[in-house]
Design a protein around this ligand. Structure first.
Ligand code: BGC
Length: 718
């Protein structure tokens, strides 16, 4: 394919057409999308055999409509665990497999671009879309995103890393001006993108809605051209988030190649026609034809690789059974055991009383563009029964009946809004009998959030609601009186307050929002078929007042216009560790049914790398996997530094009791440098290499002396 020839043959009108999406499906003169429920399409140029290409969300699975008008067939897509849970696996192979399965579903349903992964930073735990994002740490985010992108693109469809950048809240996301220092940007908020983009070469990047230091991201030349292309060498195209920004002209000038979904006036009459705006800017000489050619070239270079361009004849029949297995496997490694006082695992035959309406309405994932439409979601109760766990029938039947009744009366689902069910529905004397005849109480609490809204610092969201607390207190009292164990399952997308109630139970399992295999995953971890090996990708604080991001969601409070990231680089554990604030569960934390021993640390430098090796041994009597984490503590120098930072990690294979594995990890010197004004500086001195099972459970410490080194902003290993 001779791209230049193709561009030469295009009229200016055709070129401009390629820079703006086709509009919203079926609205005005926009045709219905080829794939029902997709998010957008590029415009075709039939004369030149350039077809429409299809874009669809999202991070937890391909989001398309499962049913179509006048069509008997179904178009279900697999619901995978949310990104925070994928990050909790700390297993890059899993991120790859999940990406590959989603890429395959995209390809087989006629989609060219999957609008994922999303890798904004968990700056504040109330961000409504944190579940779509990986972590508070940019290295973990970037590494997981890298594997995910490789997986998607191994199927020959494009990934889209989003939302570039600092889209860390939903409140006023389309207009909020985020003020952040260049150092925090480079070291925290851009870092994950830099890693994923340099290492995995995604076909596309999505610019974020918000402003960055006064400029809309989609209109920022500095962000989209200087940093992304000139410094990092990005070779794909940039698309805007849906109806982002306020000037098509500035978007094209800045390096935002594709404006999506196009025709923003279809939903907002005050908006101008992007095509007309660009044409006028060209007429006035504010955009040269050379710039138009550059944008067209970036887009076409990728479009020619798409399945649509190459007339791929898709099956509409991806292997959903196989992908369900991948979803299960990913979720099972992401479950995090937070507390265990001899409560877990329990034997299948142990009588278990299951409490909470979420055993029926188990949450698979969040809402909005990060949602999915799978064929099924296995809830916790059904899976417990399917797996032959000895659940209390009378109690479960009560919950089945009651949930149905509540949904048919006071708590009807209306227009997709599901009012939260009450949890104070048990009769008083019922509990005594339950505690008498069961050995274990399992209580499920759930939360859901999504695009467009941030979570609330209220009961029923960050805090347990009064009825949830009441249920926990009553069950705890009744069961503990009879020396029976109480386990809480947290079916949530981000941290909630736990410190005030954790003593009421003997085990807490963070099951996140685990996708369509939810119940099976929970059943297998509870009964020890699988040993939990997930670790937290984000800190769970003792209370909200402890968190670093004091300014959220900005000022003025009622209707924020701007948000200042005053905490600067001290995000997540960087803050807790540096300023001596004790978290409830630290970054990288997670228990196992077995124990691991670390020994034989060796640290050497080789060229531009520090090479770390050590042994991990399973010293317990349960087979298990361990997430090993390498933190580096830099010497005191001219530049302020966090106490320690994650610089490498990996997950062992399944280690049998007594089995050991040699771990070998590589850290680039550039990744140890701090950003100062216009370059990266590695300060000289003694660096502490801290090997841990979590950020606060450091098992081995080595030292290495390094000379000062500076690195250019552009290029280079990360
Ligand atoms: C979201 C994106 C999504 C797009 C298309 C936007 O509102 O922010 O993440 O990809 O819609 O659905």
């Amino acid at each position: 394919m001779d791209l230049e020839k193709m561009i030469n043959e295009m009229t200016l009108e055709e070129k401009i057409n390629l820079l703006v999406g086709i509009g919203r499906s079926g609205v005005g003169d926009t045709p219905r999308y080829k794939v029902e429920g997709a998010a957008g399409e590029t415009r075709p140029i039939e004369r030149l055999n350039i077809p429409r290409t299809v874009h669809a969300d999202g991070p937890a699975g391909l989001r398309i409509s499962p049913k179509r008008e006048n069509d008997e067939k179904t178009y279900y897509a697999t619901a995978f665990p949310i990104a925070s849970m994928i990050a909790s696996t700390w297993n890059k192979d899993i991120a790859f497999e999940v990406g590959k399965a989603m890429g395959n579903e995209a390809k087989e349903y006629g989609v060219d671009f999957l609008l994922a992964p999303a890798l904004n930073i968990h700056r504040n735990l109330l961000c409504g879309r944190n579940f779509e994002y990986y972590s508070e740490d940019p290295f973990l985010s970037g590494e997981m995103a890298e594997s995910f992108v490789r997986g998607v693109q191994s199927e020959g469809v494009g990934a889209c890393v989003k939302h570039f950048v600092v889209n860390n809240q939903e409140t006023n996301r389309r207009s909020i001006n985020t003020k952040v220092s260049e150092r925090a940007l480079r070291e925290i908020y851009l870092k994950g993108f830099e890693i994923a983009i340099k290492k995995a070469k995604p076909w596309t990047v999505m610019s974020a809605y918000n402003k960055l230091n006064g400029k809309y991201c989609s209109q920022s030349w500095w962000l989209l051209t200087e940093v992304l292309r000139n410094e990092w060498g990005f070779e794909g195209f940039v698309m805007s988030d849906w109806d982002a920004g306020d000037s098509a002209k500035e978007q094209i000038q800045a390096g935002n190649d594709l404006i999506m979904p196009g025709k923003s006036y279809q939903t907002d009459p005050s908006r101008k026609d992007e095509i007309e705006e660009i044409k006028e800017a060209v007429k006035r000489g504010e955009i040269t034809e050379e710039i138009i050619n550059e944008r067209v070239r970036s887009i076409l270079k990728i479009l020619v690789k798409t399945p649509s361009f190459n007339n791929y004849s898709y099956s509409n029949a991806p292997d959903l059974d196989e992908h369900a297995k991948i979803s299960y496997m990913a979720a099972i490694e992401g479950v995090v055991l937070l507390e265990n006082k001899g409560a877990l695992p329990f034997d299948k035959s142990t009588p278990v009383a299951l409490f909470g309406t979420s055993q029926i309405e188990t949450i698979k994932g969040g809402t909005g563009s990060g949602d999915t439409h799978p064929k099924y979601t296995v809830n916790i109760l059904d899976a417990f029964e399917e797996k032959g766990i000895n659940v209390d029938k009378q109690l479960s039947e009560f919950y089945r009946r009651k949930v149905k009744e509540l949904r048919n009366t006071k708590y009807k689902v209306q227009e997709d809004i599901k009012p939260k069910l009450p949890e104070n529905i048990l009769e008083e004397n019922f509990l005594e009998d339950l505690a008498e005849r069961n050995e274990i109480a399992v209580i499920v609490f759930s939360r859901i959030s999504g695009e467009g809204y941030d979570r609330k610092l209220e009961k029923g969201d960050f805090y347990l609601s009064d009825d949830e607390r009441e249920l926990l207190e009553r069950v705890s009292k009744a069961f503990r009186l009879k020396r029976k164990k109480v386990i809480v399952l947290l079916n949530i997308g981000g941290p909630i307050e736990i410190a005030s109630w954790r003593n009421l139970c003997d085990g807490i399992l963070l099951i996140w929002q685990p996708g369509q295999e939810a119940g099976r995953v929970v059943a297998d971890v509870c009964t020890g078929v699988i040993n939990p090996s997930g670790k937290l990708p984000t800190t769970f604080p003792k209370g909200y007042t402890n968190i670093p991001s004091k300014e959220f969601p900005g000022v003025p409070k009622e209707d924020p216009r701007e948000v200042i990231y005053e905490e600067d680089i001290y995000v997540g554990y960087r803050y807790y560790d540096t300023f001596g604030v004790e978290p409830l569960y630290e970054f990288g934390y997670g228990l196992s049914y077995t124990t691991f021993k670390y020994e034989n640390l060796e640290v050497i430098t080789k060229g531009n790398y520090v090479i770390v090796s050590f042994d991990v041994e399973n010293t317990g009597d349960f087979a298990g996997k361990e997430v090993v984490q390498v933190y580096v503590r830099a010497p005191k120098g001219k530049i302020d530094k966090p106490f320690q930072e994650l610089k490498a990690f990996s997950k062992t294979k399944l280690l049998q009791p007594g089995e050991r594995e040699k771990v070998l990890l590589k850290i680039s010197l550039r990744s140890l440098a701090s950003f100062a004004i216009d370059k990266w500086i590695l300060e000289k001195g003694n660096y502490e290499i801290r090997i841990g099972s979590s950020s606060r459970d450091i098992r081995l410490v080595g030292k290495i002396e390094l000379e000062e080194k500076t690195f250019d902003v552009s290029g280079g290993v990360i």
